[in-house]
Design a protein around this ligand. Structure first.
Ligand SMILES: CC(C)(COP(=O)(O)OP(=O)(O)OC[C@H]1O[C@@H](n2cnc3c(N)ncnc32)[C@H](O)[C@@H]1OP(=O)(O)O)[C@@H](O)C(=O)NCCC(=O)NCCS
Length: 444
C-alpha cells in the first residue's frame, strides 16, 4: 500500500474540448491500426458520423437530419466528444467507438457540490468488440479528468458488469415501481395546492428551476443545463422522440400559486379494456412534501388507468406509506449512479460528515489515482480536512468501495461483508452516513 498519494491540482484550467487526446491510450489503439481522437465540435459532418455511431452502439434507429442538427446545436462548450476510427472499414469517417464527457456538479452530503467528469455515450461497434477499445477509452477518460483537475468521474450504466474494473462503485441505487391503482386508496396528507396541465415549452422553463432546487438538496444529483440535451430528453422535446406526442405535463402550484413540482407521464391504452390503461411516469419532481403528495395522488387517481409504472424512483420514496395497500406498490431495486474517486482529499473534503473524529483510510487502487493512506479529520460542524499520512490505517478500502461510500448511502459494513472494506467499517458508517438518501433522477 503506497503512503500518501496524488494531490489535488485545482480547478479546471482548460476547456475539455481543447485538451489533447490521452497519448497512452492513443498509442495502445494505434498499435492495432486504430486512431483515437477528439472530435472537432464545429464540424457538423464529423458530428453527424459520430452521432450515428453512438446511436448504432445503443441499437437506436438511424437518426434523422433534424435530430442530428438539434443534438449538435445543443452541445455545450464543456462537452468533449471522443471517437476511435478504423481506416480499413468501408465507412472510415464513421467512428467504431465513441464517448462524450463533460464536467458536471455532483451534490454530496451537506448540500455541497463537487466537480465530476460525467462519462456517457460509451460504445464500441459490434464489429470491434472485445479487443480492448472500451478499456483504452475509459482509462483515457480517467486520465483526462485528472488532467482537468476533476476529483471524480461519474456515470450511469447499461450493464452493471462493466465499470467496477476501472474503480467505479455503485453510490446511489434507484427503484422501479409498479402500482396496481385499483388496490389503493390515498391515505397520505391532503395537498392544499393545485395541479395544472402545462405546455411542455412552459415546463421547460418552470420545471428546470424546480429541478435545480431539488438537485442542491439531494446527494447524487448532477447539474444539467436548461439548454442541454438531458433536460430536452426528459421533456420529450428531442426531434425523433415518437413517445413525446403522448407525454402530458402537470405542475403543482402551492396555495400561494408558486410552482413546487411537476410530473411528466404517458398513458398507453388497453384496446381490449378501456378501464385497464397503463400510465408510465417519466418524471415526478417535487421540491416540497406537499407537492410530492399532491402529484402522486393526482397520478394514482387518473380515470381509466389501472397500472402505474415509474422508473428511477428514490429508494426512500414514502409513497407506500401514503396508500391503503402496501403490497399494491411493487418495487425492484437497481444500481444507478456509479462514482469513481480520482482525488481523495478533494472528493472526501467536499462533503460533510455525520460524526466528528479521525479515521485513517488506506485506498487500494490498481489504477493508482486514489491510492494512498489518508487521514480524514472531521470537526464538530461536520466539515473535514483530508491529508496524506504515513500511519497505520484504521480501514482499508478498494477504490470502487470508496466510490460507493462517498455519498453516504451504501453501508461500509455491507462492503466489509463482501470483502472490499477491511477494518473499522462500523466507524466508517457512523461518519459517512448521509441524512438524505443519495438519489439520481436521470440517466446520462
Ligand atoms: C460494453 C462495450 C462498450 C464494451 O466494449 P469492448 O471494446 O468490447 O470492451 P473491451 O474489449 O475493452 O473490454 C474491457 C473489459 O471489459 C470486459 N467487458 C466488456 N464487455 C463486457 C460485458 N458486456 N460484460 C462484462 N464484461 C465486459 C472485458 O472482458 C474486458 O475485461 P478485462 O479488461 O478486465 O479483462 C461494448 O460491448 C458496447 O458498446 N456495448 C453496447 C453499448 C453499451 O452497453 N455501452 C456501455 C454504456 S454504459
Amino acid at each position: 500500500m503506497p503512503v500518501g498519494g496524488r494531490r489535488y491540482v485545482g480547478p479546471v484550467t482548460t476547456t475539455p474540448a481543447d485538451l489533447q487526446i490521452d497519448e497512452t491510450s492513443r498509442a495502445v489503439l494505434a498499435a492495432g491500426g486504430l486512431r483515437l481522437d477528439v472530435l472537432d465540435h464545429t464540424d457538423a459532418a464529423a458530428y453527424a458520423e459520430w452521432f450515428r455511431a453512438e446511436t448504432r452502439g445503443f441499437h437506436g434507429a438511424e437518426p434523422s437530419a433534424a435530430v442530428t442538427e438539434q443534438q449538435h446545436s445543443r452541445l455545450l462548450d464543456g462537452h468533449r466528444l471522443v471517437g476511435v476510427w478504423d481506416p480499413t472499414t468501408p465507412a472510415p469517417d464513421r467512428p467504431v467507438a465513441t464517448t462524450i464527457c463533460w464536467p458536471a456538479d455532483l451534490t454530496v452530503p451537506g448540500r455541497r457540490t463537487v466537480s465530476a467528469w460525467a462519462i456517457s455515450g460509451v460504445t464500441v461497434a459490434p464489429t470491434h468488440r472485445r479487443r480492448g477499445i472500451a478499456r483504452a477509452l475509459m482509462e483515457a477518460e480517467l486520465r483526462t479528468a485528472v488532467e482537468l483537475g476533476l476529483p471524480l468521474a461519474v456515470l450511469t450504466v447499461s450493464e452493471s458488469t462493466l465499470y467496477g474494473r476501472y474503480g467505479f462503485g455503485v453510490a446511489a441505487l434507484a427503484r422501479d415501481v409498479k402500482i396496481s391503482t385499483r388496490r389503493v386508496r390515498w391515505t397520505g396528507p391532503a395537498a392544499p395546492g393545485r395541479i395544472h396541465f402545462v405546455p411542455t415549452e412552459q415546463l421547460a422553463v418552470d420545471g428546470h428551476e424546480i429541478v435545480e432546487r431539488v438537485r442542491r438538496e439531494t446527494p447524487g444529483q448532477i447539474s444539467y443545463d436548461r439548454e442541454g440535451t438531458l433536460w430536452l430528453r426528459q421533456l420529450g422535446l428531442s426531434a425523433d422522440d415518437d413517445n413525446a406526442k403522448k407525454l402530458r405535463c402537470v405542475r403543482y402550484d402551492d396555495s400561494g400559486g408558486t410552482p413546487q413540482g411537476f410530473a411528466i407521464y404517458r398513458v398507453t391504452e388497453n384496446e381490449q379494456d378501456f378501464a385497464e390503461h397503463e400510465l408510465t411516469l417519466h418524471a415526478l419532481v417535487a421540491a416540497t412534501p406537499e407537492a410530492y403528495a399532491g402529484l402522486w395522488r393526482f397520478v394514482l387517481e387518473i380515470d381509466l388507468v389501472s397500472t402505474v409504472t415509474a422508473h428511477l424512483r428514490p429508494v426512500d420514496e414514502p409513497l407506500r406509506w401514503m396508500v391503503s395497500d402496501f403490497r399494491a406498490v411493487r418495487v425492484t431495486e437497481v444500481d444507478h449512479l456509479w462514482v469513481r474517486v480520482l482525488d481523495v482529499p478533494a472528493a472526501l473534503g467536499a462533503r460533510t460528515y455525520a460524526a466528528a473524529g479521525r479515521i485513517v483510510i488506506a485506498v487500494d487502487d490498481p489504477q493508482d489515482h486514489a491510492a494512498g493512506t489518508w487521514a480524514l479529520d472531521v470537526g464538530a460542524a461536520g466539515t473535514a480536512t483530508v491529508s496524506a499520512v504515513d500511519e497505520t490505517a484504521d480501514v482499508i478500502v478498494t477504490a470502487s468501495a470508496l466510490g460507493s461510500l462517498l455519498l453516504g448511502g451504501v453501508r461500509a459494513t455491507a462492503l466489509a461483508a463482501a470483502g472490499s472494506v477491511h477494518g473499522d467499517a462500523a466507524r466508517l458508517d457512523e461518519m459517512f452516513r448521509s441524512p438524505v438518501e443519495p438519489y439520481l433522477s436521470i440517466w446520462f
